[in-house]
Design a protein around this ligand. Structure first.
Ligand code: 6GU
Length: 255
């Protein structure tokens, strides 16, 4: 899968993505990240890409033309809205706090694409007209404001790339699956058996796989109830786990 990132800070995006699992996937040729500097498509001699907002107000607005030129260079498409050709348009994601909030489902959906383009804004925003012209998806990574779309694009690329076949090893996919049952991860322990007076839970040393699985399921439920209770409305629990969850609710709410 090919990721293209249109940005004013290409080094930032490149440096952040070449490590660990994604670095390995790039070396293996399963994914690639191509950054494009929007400033290279500025039309004035000072390489400006922003200007004052019509109507006044603080801050600067990124101008439409350099972004559009950058998009044309990347795709070869000059009128995306009235594309009459049967070829499917490459999706263009604009990162913005007012977009749809990103989640694992969306990561899986984007991972079906062969190619994706990210547009990273800066300053107070981007001229609305170029967004209307080229953007297919408006996405936020949560309810807080960041300085630009670079970090959000990196977050999305990481999450999407993990869903591309061949990026994760079998073992790594298994771990993601265990989160995707809708519960939070159970606690993990490694050596030593005792640290700062705290012992590793006995059952994990028992070698009894069924008991270990049951213990982990219960700790996942405990943790989800404590930190993200709203997730419990969506999960499907097996018989044993539902019984445990019912008992847990009875204890905290004996009515
Ligand atoms: Cl996608 N962009 C910016 N600038 N801030 C954000 C965001 C995106 N998602 C959350 N905050």
């Amino acid at each position: 899968m090919k990721f293209h990132v249109m940005t004013l800070f290409p080094e930032m995006v490149e440096q952040g993505l070449h490590t660990s699992i994604l670095g390995r996937a790039m070396d293996a040729g399963i994914i690639s990240v191509n950054t494009v500097n929007i400033r290279d498509y500025s039309e004035d001699k000072h390489r400006h890409v922003d200007d004052y907002p019509y109507g006044g107000g603080a801050g600067m607005v990124m101008a439409a033309e350099p972004i559009f030129k950058c998009y044309e260079a990347l795709t070869g498409v000059s009128s995306p809205k009235n594309a009459s050709s049967p070829v499917k348009r490459t999706r263009v994601v604009y990162l913005t706090p007012w977009g749809k909030v990103f989640n694992q489902e969306m990561a899986k959906d984007f991972a079906k694409e062969e190619e994706l383009i990210f547009l990273c804004g800066h300053y107070e925003g981007v001229d609305e007209r170029v967004l209307e012209e080229i953007v297919t998806d408006y996405v936020s990574i949560g309810d807080y404001v960041l300085s630009g779309g670079e970090l959000p694009s990196m977050v999305m690329i990481d999450a999407i790339a993990r869903m591309v076949p061949g990026v994760l090893t079998n073992e790594e996919s298994g771990e993601t699956e265990s989160f995707m049952n809708g519960l939070l991860e159970y606690p993990q322990y490694t050596r030593p058996e005792e640290w700062h007076g705290q012992k590793v839970p006995e059952v994990l040393l028992s070698g009894h796989h069924a008991k270990i699985a049951e213990w982990r399921m219960q700790r996942s439920i405990d943790r989800t109830v404590q930190y993200r209770p709203e997730l419990m409305d969506e999960v499907e629990l097996d018989k044993k786990s539902s019984k445990y969850y019912r008992e847990l609710k009875k204890q905290s709410d004996p009515e």
